[in-house]
Design a protein around this ligand. Sequence first.
Ligand SMILES: [Ca+2]
Ligand SMILES: [Ca+2]
Ligand SMILES: [Ca+2]
Ligand SMILES: [Ca+2]
Length: 420
Amino acid sequence: MRHISALLTGVLLAAALPGAAASAAARPAKPGDFDGDGRGDLVVLSPSLRKGKGPLGVVTVRYGDGKVRHLSTRKGTTPAETSVSADFDRDGYADLATTGKAARGVTVVYGSAKGLSGRRAHLPVPHATPGAARLLAAGDFDGNGRPDLVATAGADTRVFLDVRRGAPRANTEFPGESACAVTPVAADVTGDGFDDLYLADRDGDDLLFRGGRRGFGTPVRTPQYVTWTAPVTAATGDFDNDGHADIALQYGGDTVEIRHGHSGGLHTVRHVTGEEIGFPGKPLTAHPESSLAVGDVDRDGRDDLVLGQPGGGPQASGRVVVLYSAENGIRIKDPQAFHQGQAALHATPRGTDRFGSAVALVDFSGGRSPELVVAAAGEQRLYVLRNTGKRFTSAEPGKIIPAAWGLSGASWAPIMDSPA
Ligand SMILES: [Ca+2]
Ligand SMILES: [Ca+2]
Ligand SMILES: [Ca+2]
Ligand SMILES: [Ca+2]
């Protein structure tokens, strides 16, 4: 879950925007709802596939109503490998920012009543480290109600304030000490209404830059348990529902670290290991594709955590673990696990399947419980696990292969955005 806070003055701000659409919505859209119908939409990035004879790289959106539409890579640009959603122009339709390894900037595609439209903006990043992975985070760091965007590439971190429609209000280098970010996270950790930016570097150091009216303040170094390595991936949500965003970090090795936000920063409250949650044999094995998704699966007001473990499970074919929250946050009791050894999935576990290479929680029905989408990259397949209202069930899962979407290519390693 990505928090865009300080949205309460939506009507005034939208009205004040020059050139705002006449239909400017009273409230900005939830991230990930591109056609503004209240249902979540799933974004799947397929940098190695094409649609028909089109160029390499397709962004597919599976809308809440079941419709599927594609955005192809435009001439002169590179395939999208990472994305983040926010209603940048505040018109009531969520927008999508994407970028890729060789990209010279960030592309913003705007939402509309018909979903992601042809309307695009290009945000240049002048000095990005060549070849470095591009990572994105969206939040309202200066608390003016208009989403901002951070793009990192190696040691370079770029901040776009008020992305709006067209050109952002400011496009600046990240002020102060800029970590070589592996995983940027934007969320209101301190609970003051300004989103904060969490950056981790490759040496395992991490920094929390507090948002504020005048931009980022001095970073707070946050004490941590795992210090020898950087997390593989990170996700944010409010696991104890106290109004402070929390962060889950998946490290190499058998550890997921849960940190809770408080007014001064972050503190670590829990480490989850495979032994602990009752899956001996290190189901949380490190894998470069280990993935996380956060959302309120059982609708009790507290966010829950999904771990995609493509190296775990039977025959190392992959496993997905769902950890639910209690009063004090993520609990290790009573987790759920899914893998291809389960008869209901009608699959054969093979060491090359990578079940869990990406996970996403999407509320396709709108206002109800999210469903769980699991990618098995080696198997070239997405599984959609239904939510019974309290938990997920492996009964009658949906299955999607790229050919069903009219896509083709040598191999499919889908990347999913999960703004639940
Ligand atoms: Ca929009
Ligand atoms: Ca802003
Ligand atoms: Ca919290
Ligand atoms: Ca919950």
